[in-house]
Design a protein around this ligand. Structure first.
Ligand code: C2O
Length: 567
């Protein structure tokens, strides 16, 4: 096993799109940031130098960080943020997983531009793939272009003082030819292929907001992995992908040599307050030796609100038998039922009872799990992981995420599917440091139920430090007596981010066997900012092998008394 070392310099650069210059925060001046290639078993060392004006952390999305929660990169949950003009070195091993993951800033808003691919090769190289070795491998990062100060947007969303929308969809930061001041030649993604060859696309959705449908005219995908876990080959002409998800898919260049559009179409329901929908990004697949200037062939795109396509795609994925694949727990120690929704709290924190109907503006919209909204109190100065490790009184502030008994939502009553959040009949809720504690090795089942509010935005739920087995999903209400029968306990796919169907539910299981403090949250950035999150505290097991080691000596903790080095 080797050591893979990188230096990430985070800084602000000007980028021009849509005829407008915008200051964006990026790593090493690049968008997307550098791709990290590792081989299973390698150690990774990344020196992060924060030249940006913002607090920074980098999260290695989907890397399990077994017994190494210290490197997970969540501000005030696993570490102190890297202040401007400070640096931090992340060190971690990558083992027992292979495929496509990614890294991103885990601070409000900046994930949109501080991100890159994280690719794990099998221990003995690409010839060990459980599919024919592709001719070439290509990271495809789907993202959004915002011509705004994202830190400011994040603050407005969190305080409910404003809203914003992205301006364009992107593939590897290119907008394509459907936008002003943007052309397929100057700003279009191009995938060069040779006839007859096979390509492995490593697709990542790095968007803050939108799910996407990815299509290539005249070509099919064979999906071979999701969330860095192999699946049985599944052939499809469309890849629906939600924020936080990664999909590995083979494409054979078997069409007649020419040019074909590759299109990523946003599929989040439109926001009521934005009239113009955001367009898809269009790039091209270009066969070698073909220099014709004929218009590329365009794929037929699904309707942007066709949830059935996304549902069908995910229903068709089953895990591939693989020596590294753990078995799905047949028995469960703890069950959780978690409703995902929106609620309101008082802006000033005082009781809202005295507020009459005309005072709705004093209510802030928040996102909830079981009608509770997550917030890290400002008073907390020690990261929770450190507080947990040294068992300080901060841990007393944790509030148990309540168990929501299954509730029946009326998904067909139009009154419950309101046109906008402000008009919705939202429940009053409260903010707290939501958490759930698990004894080491607890086998957990979670049913996530999305609710009818706000036309049901996307809820890609991401769990740090663990993969989840996806047992079943459905539209409407989850009903145990009926739906348990649908569970796939034989070959369910494993993911770190599970998409809860809009106006539907999904059932997952995982084993809480990685001691530490792990964030669990919606990967739709606005929901995260608004509080759709909790921490899962996994206790130590009885042995060294099952316990969180102390923080690395050079890791900045308050206990070490060492803060970051300035430069
Ligand atoms: Cu990819 Cu907590 O995030």
């Amino acid at each position: 096993a080797g050591i893979v070392e990188h230096t990430f310099v985070v800084s602000q650069v000007n980028m021009t799109h849509l005829c407008k210059e915008t200051l964006v925060t990026v790593v090493n001046g690049q968008l997307p940031g550098p791709t990290i290639y590792v081989t299973e078993g390698d150690s990774v060392v990344v020196h992060v130098i924060n030249n940006s004006p913002y607090n920074m952390t980098i999260h290695w999305h989907g890397v399990k960080q077994r017994l190494n929660c210290w490197a997970d990169g969540v501000p005030m949950i696993t570490q102190l943020p890297i202040l401007p003009s400070h640096n931090l070195t992340y060190k971690f091993d990558v083992s027992r997983q292979e495929g496509t993951l990614w890294w991103h800033a885990h601070v409000p808003g900046l994930r949109a531009t501080v991100h890159g691919a994280f690719i794990i090769y099998p221990r003995h190289g690409p010839s060990m793939y459980p599919f024919p070795k592709p001719h070439r491998e290509i990271p495809i990062i789907i993202g959004e272009w915002w011509d705004a100060n994202l830190t400011e947007v994040a603050r407005m969303v969190k305080d409910d003082t404003g809203d914003a929308n992205f301006r364009a969809s992107t593939i590897n930061a290119k907008l394509g030819d459907l936008y002003n001041c943007s052309g397929i030649k100057e700003d279009g993604y191009v995938l060069d292929v040779e006839p007859g060859r096979t390509y492995l696309l490593r697709v990542i959705n790095a968007a803050l907001y939108s799910e996407y449908y990815l299509k290539i005219a005249g070509h099919k995908f064979t999906v071979v992995a999701i969330g860095a876990n192999y699946v049985k080959p599944y052939t499809t002409d469309v890849i629906p992908i939600a924020p936080g998800e990664t999909v590995d898919a083979l494409v054979v260049a078997d069409a007649s040599p020419g040019r074909y559009y590759v299109v990523a179409l946003p599929s989040q329901p439109p926001k009521p307050d934005f009239q113009s929908p955001v367009l898809p990004t269009r790039g091209t697949v270009q066969y070698s030796g073909n220099h014709s200037d004929v218009m590329p062939m365009a794929p037929e795109m699904p309707d942007e609100h066709d949830d059935a396509i996304t549902f069908y795609f995910h229903s068709n994925l089953t895990s591939l038998h693989h020596p590294k694949r753990p078995l799905v727990p047949a028995q469960v120690d703890e069950r959780m039922f978690v409703t995902l929704g929106l609620g309101t709290i008082c802006r000033q924190g005082q009781s809202c009872k005295r507020l009459g109907k005309g005072n709705e503006r004093d209510l802030i919209l928040v996102a909830t799990m079981n009608n509770m909204s997550f917030e890290l109190p400002d008073a907390i100065m020690t990261p929770l992981l450190e507080a947990h490790y040294y068992n300080t009184s901060i841990m007393d502030m944790l509030q148990e995420l309540p168990d929501g008994p299954p509730r029946m939502y009326n998904f067909t009553d139009p009154a419950l599917i309101p046109p906008g959040p402000k008009e919705a009949q939202l429940e009053a809720t409260s903010k707290s440091l939501l958490a759930r504690r698990f004894r080491y090795g607890t086998k957990v089942e979670v049913v996530f139920q999305s609710t009818a509010l706000k036309q049901g935005e996307s809820n890609p739920m991401h769990l740090h430090g663990h993969d989840m087995f996806v047992l079943a999903q459905g539209f409407g209400n989850y009903e145990a007596e009926r739906d348990v029968a649908k569970y796939n306990l034989v070959d369910p796919p494993m993911v770190n981010t599970v998409l809860v169907p809009r106006l539907g539910w999904v059932a997952v299981r995982f084993v809480a066997d990685n001691p530490g403090v792990w964030f669990m949250h919606c990967h739709f950035e606005f929901h995260l900012l608004m509080g759709m999150a909790a921490v899962f505290v996994v206790e130590n097991g009885p042995t060294v092998d099952t316990s969180l080691p102390p923080p690395p000596m050079d890791f900045p903790t308050l206990v070490h008394g060492s803060y970051f080095q300035t430069f």
